[in-house]
Design a protein around this ligand. Sequence first.
Ligand SMILES: [Zn+2]
Ligand SMILES: [Zn+2]
Ligand SMILES: [Zn+2]
Length: 315
Amino acid sequence: MSRLTSDTLRIGDTDYPVHDAPLPGTWVCAALEKGYRLAARVIDRYHVALECQVCGTLNLARAFTLNKCRPVCKGCQFRKRQEEAQSVGLVYLGRDPDDPHYGRYRVTDCGHEIRRQFELIKRAIDGTTGVRCEICHRAREEEEACARGWRLVGPDPDGEPNYRLYVHEDGCGATQRIARVNMQTGRFACGTCGDVWSAKPSALYLMRFAAPDRSPVLKLGMSRDPDSRMRHQLGLPDHVEAGILRIVPMETGRAALVAEKRLHGELRRDYPGAVVPPEEFSDYLRVVSEIYDASLEPVILEMLDRVEAAGPQSG
Ligand SMILES: [Zn+2]
Ligand SMILES: [Zn+2]
Ligand SMILES: [Zn+2]
């Protein structure tokens, strides 16, 4: 496989001039010892082209590195990073052009692109750290707040990592620091208007969305005001048909939350194949999870019937 043209050699995406000088025997041996074939001298008397004996990739190296160290094969390194990424649910896309310690990855579950330190991927493989998609994570936190009638503004101004800053969007409009876990469970009150989300009536809902040329999907969720949730908070573009199939009033937000969690658990357990991955709707629906295939409509309607039959305080 001679990639030698008259006087240049293509390495990666670049053509390098061949440096017309004999290949010293010691360099040829050093290359073999380190897993390469010395293909040519390039650029000047300080550089060589090394062909990896494992993967065939041509690498540019300094003659000094060849003789004194162990040159890294870019092809083998790419393959290794691909394998490492795959083992933690990512697809390796290549190095970050701005920082040699970072790589670009696609998250297999949601399709988002993230950048991560190579070192962090190694730690994720060891299990000492997780790899989470911050785009989905942010969207999830926004949704949590939305479901309680609040809006996520951003991180806690006091720097407390478990707290966030929120606005009482469906209430008095006040801004408040709230622990994220309390936002999740609804166990907090608005310090300005006194509104306690978990104690006020709420509702479970089932919505149906149909974008043109796509299979329709269902969203099962809870909100004090499902209609406003659908119209204003989901970020629906005009071309998506949306409708509320069912609303089950619940006596308290707390009961609604418990019931909702139980239903999602049952659906994920009994119909894992009907859970639609975010990449199939994230372009038109501002939510990250708990979207189901439209074929589950009768199943979910029946579940909601059971919740309603059990009474308003059921959870
Ligand atoms: Zn290689
Ligand atoms: Zn994501
Ligand atoms: Zn308020």
